[in-house]
Every structure is written in structure tokens, then in C-alpha cells.
Design a protein around this ligand. Structure first.
Ligand code: PRX
Length: 630
């Protein structure tokens, strides 16, 4: 067996040879002619000319050997529904959904926007799109109507698939009014909306664009829809993510490269074998859900567990109960969930037989040492941090397994994964950093298979955003700070841009600022991320009102705060709601008018803001201090 170092070097020095071998993990209907086309950097095309299909690899391919194995275990603690679907049943459901989509004239290359809660139909719909060559764009169910409208206008979907309602912590959230509002806000006219009726919200099928799923499913009960064989580089999906500007970016992914990369990651990082059961507690609206609830475990022939609910209802033992009951081997979630579970009675964990569980994987935000220590000693199983982004699609830093097993080091998610040519670079010069020196985490061209191809319909934005931010180097910037030690282990030290990470959710502070500025009472606003003991970070807003006196009357301040939080809820969704709103009469800025967000964040966290550029009005910093009460 090669050492990690040997295998990694080969993946960087001989990418064609390395990835050609990995490509054998999936089915190719037509073999590829070239492993890698690097004629147009920074764009990379993997497995050129090869034809394959994600749905075939995730579902049909397993029918010969594991038709009766569970493909999906669905558990909702919101509705009390628990159901298993074998690969044969999954195949049938995906065919029904694909036939329904075709009957609604969805064709190869069309976009289908999926705005669904965590229900099996979400998985069926994604796989049905993959089957017929339609491009899915899943929008997180917690996003509000204006957010949804922006994505409709960018993706121009031929169909939206939605449900009557979602549910969280026992509260039913009606989806159709949100979809209605989004449709009327969007400029692009969506021809039709397919509605999955969970019978949670009142019947709403009167609108002319709504089509009920259930009767069509009955009609196409025995349908068989052949897989559309797609050239490896055709798009499979677009997933929007936040960046520095208020406008979300559509991360576009291919078909063949993604399938190969995920299949390889299941062995090299997750060590999931066919027949294993994997429980990824995330949401299909995020990249972790796309890759590790849906595609990777199914491509590798595992059973995937899809869960609707919170980790503490009906009690804090629910996830451990699932491990025991479904003999879960691999679990994957975000550190925030573990911090929530840490507050629960330890007896709730001890009550269950966790012997099936081999490894817990954590990603999405920094894993702090107390949380890592606690969960490792409570579970007595390896806990593997891994670092990646919506853009990369799979972990770019992790502890390799199945090659040579390197030890974990606390505070670091590990070493670069196969194919990721990762270097820390000095922010000002672009030079490679020495071990121990802080720099920007960058990747050299070409990005390995599975990473984003481009920004949907905006190649220039892909080039300008990701490949031009490091001076003197044409490298991909992750916009994360990091430091690498002598042994190659990287620690992640936070974002270089204005993105914050709340409970593992990536949010742009600019988006929150725009939502607040839209309120007529607001003159100016700065939103920063501040440390939070459970969610990792929380958003804090510093607001300058047009009329400072309007919060002087008793209760007026609280009323204004509530109004502003409501503005964020209705523009973006409750996940973006600031944890705190502070009122000031001016914000600290440089002479050229640049907001000093880092200084505000430092003060808000009680840190020394360090050396500052000349501030237009030094009184502004005093105000921030006073507003914070320190
Ligand atoms: O800042 C890094 C942080 O989350 C960002 C990516 O978020 P998203 O696009 O939602 O993808 C999440 C995929 C797991 C990164 O730029 N991040 C992610 N994982 C870690 C992390 N920060 C520290 N440690 C991690 N393991």
C-alpha cells in the first residue's frame, strides 16, 4: 500500500493516470477519450467524451446485486414517519418522478428548481432530474421568498417542485405562500409548479400553475424512463451559495467528474463500503446534503439515512436511537449539532448500543477543541474533521483513510486530499508561505474532478471571483485563512472575506446588510460575525437610523429591533436573523469610506482591534464600544 505522501504526490504530478484509475469506480456507457482537457485554464474538463449518468450510477447499477438492500431510510420526527426504500423501490419511485417531469415537458438541459423540505420526494426529484438530464437547483427550504425569486430569475427553471409545508421543531411552515410571493416577485415566468401534498397545510391547489404530484404518480406508477447518457462535462446541477456581494453565485457541477470524485472520496476519506449505512445529518439544500446524503452513499451502494427534525426532539437521544435501530456505521454532521448535543443529559447517549458506528465525520465550520474532546471521549470512536466548500463538492482537507491512516491532530482537519494541489499563500505577495506562517488557502490549476466547473451562465464571474484575488498567481482562492505545519497538516483560521458561518450555514454579511438597509428607517448598517458558544458564529448588526430619536420612547428600541429582525426574516429567512442589533449614530470607516468590519467584530468579541487605518471619525469606534456596553 502506498503511503499518503506517495499517493498524494502521484495525484498531483500525474493527474491523468491517477484519475483514469479512479474513473473505473463508476459505469461509463461510452468510454472517455481524454482524462483531462486543460486547454482553457482556469476551466478544466474531466473525462472528455465519456458518457454516463448520475442516476444510473446511484440507482440502476445496484439493481443486479442489491435490489433488496435498503437504499434509503427516511425518518421524520416532525411527522412521525419512518420508512425504508430498497434499491428496487427507489428505482421505481425515481422512474415515476422522472415520468411525471417528462409529462410536464421537462427536457434535457432544462432547470428544475427544487424547494422542498427533507422528504423522500426531494431525493426522488433530484435523482429524476439526473436521470433525464435536467439540471436541478435545490434551494434551501429555510430561505425566504425574495431569495427564492432571485434564484428563479438566475436559473430560469422549467419547473419548480415544492411541497405544501415544511416542519421544524413542531412548527409547520407553509411553503406555497412563499412560492406564490417568489413567483410574483420574479421577472422570469415559471410555467408550472409541482406540488407534493404532505397534508400539513391547508389545501391550496386552486392556483392555475400548481400541479398535484400524487395523481400523476399514480398515472405513471409502472413507468420506466431510460437514463439519458450525458457527456461527462454537461451540467448536473446548480447550487447557489453566498459570497462577498449580495448576489448569490450559482455553483455549477458536471456529471462524470462529480461521480468519480464522490466514489473515490467514499473510499479514501469516508471508508464506506457497499452495504454500510451512512447518516448525514444536514439538509438537501446544502452541498453536504447533495454529496453525502444523496449522491456519494448511493453511488457507493450504501444505505443512506435521511432525517427531518432537530437533534433534540423528541429528546437529545434521538440520533443515538437511530444509530442503534438502523445499525448506522458512518455519521456526518456539523460541529454545531455536537455542541447542541453536548448540553443534553449524557445518559441519553449511554442508553443506546452504538457498536455499529465506526466513525463520526464533522465539517462545515471550525471544530473547537472542547467539542472535539467531548464527542471523541463520549463516543470512543474516531472523529474526523474535514474541510471543504460548496465550490469543491467534496473534502479538500481531511484525514486520509484506506491509504495510509494518518493520525488526527486536534485543531486541524488534516492534510490535502487527493488531487487538491493546495498551497498557503501570502495575501500581499502571493508567495507560498513557510510552515507555521498564516496565509490564504489556495488551489493550483486544475481543480480535481467534482469541483465547480464555473458560475452558472457567468464564466467571467468564475474567473474574476475565484482566480484573480491572489496577487501574481493564477490560483483558486478559498477565501479562508490557514496555516500548515511541517507535517502538512492545515488549520483553518476563518474567512478572508465578509462571509460568516452561523451553525455551519454560510451567510454573506452583505446580504444581511442589504436586507436591513431596505428598511426605510435605516440609514447605514454594518453586519459582522461574532463568536457564539453554540453556533460558532452569530450575526451582529450595527445600525445607524435616519432619525436617531425614534428609539428614545419607552419600548421603541425593542420595537425597532423586532422590525429589523423581521425585515431579515422576510428577505432572507430566519437563519440569517441577527442575534443582536446595536444602534449607533455613526460607523467606523476609513477616510475613503470603507467600513471597518474586522475592527467592529474584534470589539464585539472583546478583542483588541489591533492597528487600524486612519479612521474618518474616531468617535465612531467609541460608539461601537458603548453600544456593546464595554
Ligand atoms: O470557511 C470554511 C468553512 O465553511 C466554508 C464553506 O462553507 P460551505 O460552502 O457551506 O461548504 C461546507 C462544506 C462542508 C469554508 O470556506 N468550513 C467548512 N469546513 C470547515 C470550515 N472551517 C473550518 N473547519 C472545517 N472543517
Amino acid at each position: 500500500m502506498p503511503t499518503y505522501r506517495e499517493a498524494y504526490r502521484r495525484s498531483i504530478d500525474e493527474p491523468e493516470a491517477f484519475w483514469a484509475e479512479q474513473a473505473r469506480r463508476i459505469h461509463w456507457q461510452t468510454p472517455f477519450e481524454r482524462v483531462l482537457d486543460r486547454s482553457k485554464p482556469p476551466f478544466a474538463r474531466w473525462f472528455v467524451g465519456g458518457k454516463t449518468n448520475l442516476c444510473h450510477n446511484a440507482v440502476d447499477r445496484h439493481l443486479a446485486s442489491r435490489a433488496q438492500q435498503d437504499a434509503l431510510v427516511y425518518v421524520s420526527t416532525e411527522t412521525g414517519i419512518e420508512r425504508r426504500y430498497t434499491y428496487a423501490e427507489l428505482h421505481a419511485e425515481v422512474n415515476r418522478m422522472a415520468a411525471v417531469m417528462r409529462s410536464l415537458h421537462v427536457k434535457k438541459g432544462d432547470r428544475v428548481l427544487i424547494y422542498l423540505p427533507m422528504i423522500p420526494e426531494a431525493l426522488f426529484a433530484m435523482l429524476a432530474c439526473a436521470r433525464i438530464g435536467a439540471i436541478h437547483s435545490v434551494v434551501f427550504g429555510g430561505f425566504a421568498a425574495p431569495n427564492l425569486a432571485a434564484r428563479i430569475d438566475d436559473a430560469e427553471p422549467a419547473l419548480i417542485v415544492t411541497a405544501d409545508a415544511g416542519a421544524r421543531a413542531g412548527k409547520v411552515i407553509d411553503y406555497t405562500p412563499l412560492v406564490d410571493e417568489a413567483l410574483s416577485r420574479a421577472e422570469y415566468k415559471v410555467p408550472q409548479v409541482l406540488l407534493i401534498d404532505r397534508q400539513l397545510a391547508p389545501e391550496r391547489l386552486q392556483a392555475s400553475y400548481l400541479v398535484a404530484y400524487e395523481p400523476l404518480r399514480e398515472q405513471f406508477f409502472d413507468a420506466h424512463v431510460p437514463c439519458e447518457w450525458l457527456e461527462s462535462n454537461e451540467p448536473s446541477y446548480v447550487l447557489y451559495t453566498s459570497g462577498t456581494t449580495g448576489r448569490p453565485k450559482g455553483v455549477q457541477r458536471d456529471v462524470g467528474g462529480y461521480a468519480v470524485a464522490l466514489a473515490a472520496s467514499m473510499e479514501h476519506i469516508f471508508q464506506g463500503a457497499p452495504g454500510d449505512t451512512m447518516f448525514t445529518a444536514s439538509d438537501i439544500g446544502w452541498v453536504v446534503g447533495h454529496s453525502y446524503i444523496i449522491y456519494a452513499p448511493l453511488i457507493a451502494g450504501l444505505t443512506t439515512v435521511m432525517y427531518e427534525g432537530t437533534p433534540i426532539r423528541p429528546d437529545g437521544g434521538i440520533w443515538w436511537r437511530l444509530v442503534q435501530q438502523y445499525k448506522i456505521n458512518l455519521m456526518f454532521t456539523a460541529p454545531t449539532a455536537i455542541r447542541v448535543l453536548k448540553k443534553q443529559d449524557p445518559a441519553l447517549m449511554e442508553k443506546y448500543d452504538l457498536s455499529s458506528l465506526r466513525t463520526l465525520f464533522l465539517a462545515g465550520e471550525p471544530l473547537d477543541e472542547p467539542t472535539a474532546h467531548w464527542i471523541q471521549s463520549a463516543l470512543k470512536k474516531p472523529v474526523i474533521d474535514n474541510y471543504w466548500q460548496t465550490e469543491t463538492g467534496w473534502p479538500m482537507i481531511a484525514i486520509p483513510r484506506g491509504i495510509e491512516e494518518l493520525p488526527s491532530k486536534l485543531g486541524s482537519p488534516g492534510v490535502p486530499s487527493m488531487g487538491f494541489n493546495l498551497t498557503l499563500r501570502n495575501e500581499a505577495t502571493g508567495d507560498a508561505c513557510a510552515p507555521g506562517e498564516k496565509g490564504v488557502v489556495t488551489l493550483a490549476y486544475p481543480l480535481p474532478p467534482g469541483c465547480m466547473q464555473t458560475v452558472w451562465r457567468d464564466d467571467q464571474r468564475f474567473v474574476d471571483t475565484y482566480w484573480k484575488s491572489v496577487p501574481n498567481q493564477m490560483v483558486y482562492s478559498t477565501f479562508d485563512w490557514g496555516v500548515q505545519d511541517e507535517d502538512g497538516y492545515v488549520s483553518i483560521l476563518g474567512r478572508t472575506d465578509d462571509v460568516i458561518n452561523v451553525a455551519g450555514h454560510r451567510l454573506g454579511t452583505r446580504e444581511i446588510e442589504e436586507a436591513l438597509s431596505a428598511h426605510p428607517a435605516v440609514a447605514e448598517v454594518a453586519v459582522v460575525g461574532i463568536a457564539d458558544s453554540v453556533k460558532g458564529q452569530a450575526a451582529a448588526a450595527f445600525v445607524v437610523l435616519r432619525d436617531a430619536d425614534r428609539i428614545n420612547a419607552p419600548g421603541a428600541r425593542e420595537g425597532m429591533e423586532a422590525e429589523l429582525c423581521h425585515a431579515v426574516d422576510s428577505q432572507l429567512g430566519a437563519i440569517a436573523r441577527p442575534a443582536r442589533v446595536h444602534f449607533v449614530t455613526m460607523l467606523p470607516k476609513t477616510r475613503s469610506g470603507k467600513l471597518l468590519r474586522r475592527a467592529i467584530a474584534a470589539l464585539a468579541e472583546g478583542r483588541d482591534p489591533g492597528e487600524l487605518p486612519t479612521i474618518e471619525d474616531p468617535g465612531a469606534l467609541m460608539q461601537v464600544r458603548e453600544a456593546l456596553g464595554n
